[in-house]
Design a protein around this ligand. Structure first.
Ligand SMILES: [Mg+2]
Length: 429
């Protein structure tokens, strides 16, 4: 009988490691048993000792705008979750006050609400608890306060980071293993003049980008013209998609816009209208796949989308359902319903993006290019602008980037470290 030892290499690779002999198997299993026994039984006292919130504001490379956005991106909250054993887990709440699902179903969050919810409600409920019992951590959070999934997602990321560090395993290993060791990214072109959008599309194509997402939703005529101009400029090999961020006022207007874009080959239209019933009206009248984003936060949302045939794709986030633990449940419902997914977010810093990368790495159903930025501290990394939205980042090392893909970090936990000097520099209050 041949067994395979777990991934030990620097990068997350799909190749199986070398088979070991039976003798080595026994040594390995004894060793693994010892580690697990030590981690979970001989060490029953690991406790959350404090959760610190740090509001930050990163400088943007250019204005990044979408139809419903009313504040600048990058004013988010990073957290440090500390344990009595000295381990520190990192998390991020990329909060936006105008990001709240269909018809304000989930409400927006702000750095101030995150600091309040975590500092005054979630931290008191979690201090003294074992961070390794991730399901129980979620139950306590949900009991302590309804809603606020972004605040809870920050804590969820941090406990996964701690468990990974404690077991010396990357987070993707805790989510089911490394399904893909690199994630193809979609470069997001915010709302901007068509000339500028064409210019940026050509530049990122030169830098290896294979998929581009165009923000629209304010003016269908402009969006159709944008798709036409970008397609003419970049040629047929680049995958194009449009995200209207609920912007088209009625399903009929959305249907007309999507049909006009079909001639230029769009991979999908994301969230053309607001509400699952309106999405279903569009989805059933166009050939182009419809992706749900604002309509798809929780497993229950996706179940309704499947039942109403309101989309064929889901924009999966770590944050919308409240963290990695719950994002896996959203993905499971999407997969069961035959929907494709990608992993997207709100242009997070390197902390949230690392969580998104681990999620995308572990989910077989996340087959579509992901809007996960190439988090890059100033003066480091690949250069250029592909997948880059900020002029700097708060992590010490940039994500690896090759030919339109981001490489999945394989160090223990989230696989990142904070640059404390940058945290001081970009601290907002
Ligand atoms: Mg979207």
């Amino acid at each position: 009988m041949v067994f395979y030892s777990p991934l030990q290499n620097e990068d997350c690779k799909l190749q199986k490691s070398k088979p070991t002999s039976v003798g080595e198997d026994l040594v390995f299993f004894n060793f693994a048993f010892f580690i697990l026994h030590f981690a979970f039984y001989n060490d029953p006292l690991m406790k959350i000792s404090a959760i610190k919130t740090i509001p930050i504001k990163l400088p943007t490379r250019r204005v990044h705008q979408w139809a419903s956005l009313t504040t600048a991106i990058g004013a988010y909250v990073v957290i440090k979750l500390e344990t009595d054993e000295g381990l520190v887990g990192l998390g991020e709440a990329p909060v936006l006050k105008d990001w709240g699902g269909d018809h304000g179903k989930y409400y927006g969050e702000t750095p101030q609400t995150t600091a309040h919810v975590i500092g005054d409600i979630l931290a008191p409920a979690l201090v003294g608890q074992d961070p390794r019992q991730i399901g129980a951590v979620h139950t306590r959070m949900d009991k302590a306060i309804k809603g606020y999934p972004y605040s809870k997602a920050a804590i969820d990321m941090a406990v996964y980071d701690i468990v990974g560090k404690a077991l010396k395993l990357p987070v993707y290993q805790l989510l089911g293993g490394c399904y893909r060791d690199r994630v193809t990214i979609a470069h997001s072109l915010g709302l901007m003049e068509i000339e500028k959008a064409v210019e940026e599309a050509l530049r990122v194509k030169e830098e290896g980008i294979k998929a581009i997402k165009l923000k629209g939703g304010q003016d269908p005529k402009r969006d159709i013209e944008l798709v036409r101009r970008i397609r003419e400029a970049v040629g047929s090999e680049i995958q194009l998609a449009v995200d209207a961020n609920q912007g088209y006022p009625t399903p009929k207007i959305a249907v007309r816009a999507v049909r006009a874009m079909e001639e230029y080959d769009i991979r999908y239209m994301e969230q053309p209208v607001e509400g699952i019933d309106a999405m279903a009206e569009v989805a059933q009248r166009v050939d182009t796949p419809i992706m749900a984003d604002e309509s798809a936060w929780t497993p229950q949302d996706v179940l309704e989308i499947v039942r109403k045939k309101a989309a064929e794709m889901i924009s999966l986030y770590t944050t919308k359902p409240g963290g990695l633990f719950k994002a896996q449940k959203v993905a499971a419902v999407a997969e069961a319903g035959g929907l494709q997914c990608n992993v997207n977010g709100s242009v997070e810093t390197g902390v949230g993006n690392a969580a998104n990368l681990h999620l995308a790495a572990a989910l077989g159903v996340a087959t579509l290019p992901c809007v996960i930025p190439v988090s890059t501290p100033a003066g480091k990394g690949k250069g250029g602008i592909a997948g880059i939205y900020y002029r700097d980042d708060i992590i010490t090392e940039p994500f690896g980037y090759e030919a339109g893909d981001v490489l999945v970090p394989a160090k223990p936990g989230l696989g990142i470290e904070l640059d404390e000097e940058k945290i001081k520099r970009y601290r907002a209050g």
